[in-house]
Ligand binder design. Structure first.
Ligand SMILES: [Ca+2]
Length: 218
């Protein structure tokens, strides 16, 4: 299958969701992407439901929209809409493409601010924790009077899949920001390299030759 990888979406909770029954709602979340549709269970009579469910979808194209929708379960009629939001995975993908590893636990690799084009309710951080890069997001639901949904996303590489050796779509609003960040990172690397070179020239760093002659591991 022509898949780039998997996206794990931990649907944690809903906050102040819309009332669709007399006093409350019976909310559940649906996530759609391309022709996939995955959903959480229903939490009855609760506008602040805790789902704590992990849903997984595959990603074929970074431009395919990933939409989270909330519905109120009704027994005798069609389920009612409680809003929807887009999940933007590009900031997380950009961070993964930097190829960072072995960072201290809890390192914030990137902070994403709420804008008109993303559905974030608050600042969202891409964090390195226990060998994994994850991003927590509070999604502000659209086309509804109120409600947010807290999720966490994580990219999972699939053996044999194309992986992330693909270009980030140019038109993505996050793109320019990241190009700038990448060049800043390159500047930092160049500056470290030139410092090391200068110190080597001035012999303020002693290079151990022992390491070079160390026998290979058996
Ligand atoms: Ca209901």
């Amino acid at each position: 299958m022509d898949v780039l990888g998997l996206l794990k979406i931990r649907v944690q909770k809903g906050i102040n969701l819309a009332v669709r029954d007399t006093l409350s709602s019976d909310p559940y979340c649906v996530i759609t992407c391309e022709n996939q549709r995955v959903r959480t269970k229903v939490v009855k009579r609760n506008c602040n439901p805790v789902w704590s469910e992990e849903l997984t979808i595959y990603i074929k194209d970074l431009e395919d929209p990933i939409v989270l929708s909330v519905y109120d379960k009704d027994t005798f009629s069609g389920d009612d809409n409680m809003g929807h939001a887009n999940i933007d995975i590009i900031p997380l993908i950009e961070c993964l493409k930097m190829g960072l590893e072995n960072l201290p636990d809890g390192t914030k690799v990137e902070r994403v601010q709420p804008t008109r084009s993303n559905c974030l309710a608050d600042e969202s951080c891409v964090v390195w924790e226990q060998g994994k890069m994850t991003q927590d997001m509070s999604l502000r639901l659209k086309d509804v009077e109120c409600g947010e949904v807290a999720i966490q996303i994580e990219w999972v590489d699939v053996p044999g899949a194309k992986g992330l050796q693909v270009e980030i779509p140019d038109k993505h609003p996050h793109h320019d920001n990241h190009k700038a960040m990448r060049s800043k990172k390159m500047t930092q690397v160049v500056s470290i390299v030139s410092t090391v070179r200068r110190r080597l020239r001035n012999k303020t760093i002693s290079v151990s030759t022992k390491v070079l002659h160390k026998p290979p591991h058996p």
